[in-house]
Design a binder for this molecule. Structure first.
Ligand code: PGA
Length: 236
């Protein structure tokens, strides 16, 4: 594991964007695994700047997102499809039909999960997976549990996740209680993983995840078994 400690969120965003840009440069048809949440927003801003400056090209990139709330469709401004359009896709030259987010409105979520995993396999797997980390150690929406789940699956969100995400909604009751998330299989099979964590509030969970025991109670700890992980942690 490469652990990069920086001082500020700006440095984190810049370094993460440089690593993603490097991936796109060496493999223009990369499959990028993308993440939502507040942490990657600065990284996406940097990527937009680089794209607009002509330094990186998204036209041959495919993206697969980690997760989506159940019951929110892409027109809902709290959905992760909307987030991705708003924070990245609408501002770069990516082909929208090459961007994938699990469908949280699918009638059969199990079938949706199977189709999502099959699609990732068909694409040849993920070249670089960008991850945030939840205060409870979740990656994607893989919450602490008794076991790790491999496949893309429906999850019940932890109270702490609902509370953490309530800031984006008008009221806490509006936060969906379930989601569909990529499981550990596609994440662990990604050729490279880049995890970004911002601020003192994430210090403890980052330490537990990367320097503590590997356990499904701390989902991100499974990344200790991945051969190519870079963690960028901003202290402030
Ligand atoms: P955050 O979320 O970037 O908004 O802290 C991270 C996550 O829950 O995965």
């Amino acid at each position: 594991m490469k652990f990069i400690k920086v001082k500020t969120y700006e440095e984190l965003s810049h370094k993460a964007a440089l690593l993603i840009a490097a991936q796109m440069t060496v493999k223009p048809n990369s499959v990028l695994g993308l993440a939502t949440g507040s942490t990657p927003v600065g990284t996406y801003k940097e990527l937009i700047k680089m794209n607009q400056a002509g330094d990186i090209d998204f036209s041959t990139v495919t993206s697969v997102n980690l997760d989506e709330y159940v019951g929110l469709d892409g027109t809902n401004d709290q959905s992760y499809r909307y987030f991705m359009n708003d924070n990245l896709f609408d501002h770069v030259n990516i082909r929208k039909d090459h961007t994938f987010v699990p469908n949280g409105c699918a009638e059969d979520l199990k079938a949706e999960g199977e189709a999502y995993d099959a699609m990732i396999k068909e694409l040849g797997g993920i070249d670089l997976q960008l991850l945030g980390i939840g205060l409870d150690g979740h990656i994607g929406f893989n919450e602490p549990d008794e076991f790790f789940t491999g496949a893309t699956h429906e999850v019940v969100l932890d109270e702490s996740t609902i509370e953490a995400n309530a800031r984006f909604f008008e009221k806490k009751e509006d936060v969906p209680t379930t989601a569909i998330t990529m499981g550990m299989m596609s994440i662990m099979q990604a050729k490279k993983v880049l995890l970004v964590a911002n601020g003192a509030k994430k210090k403890e969970i980052v330490e537990k995840s990367f320097f503590g025991p590997i356990t499904p109670k701390v989902p991100a700890s499974i990344l200790q078994l991945h051969p190519d992980v870079t963690v960028i942690y901003a202290e402030e």
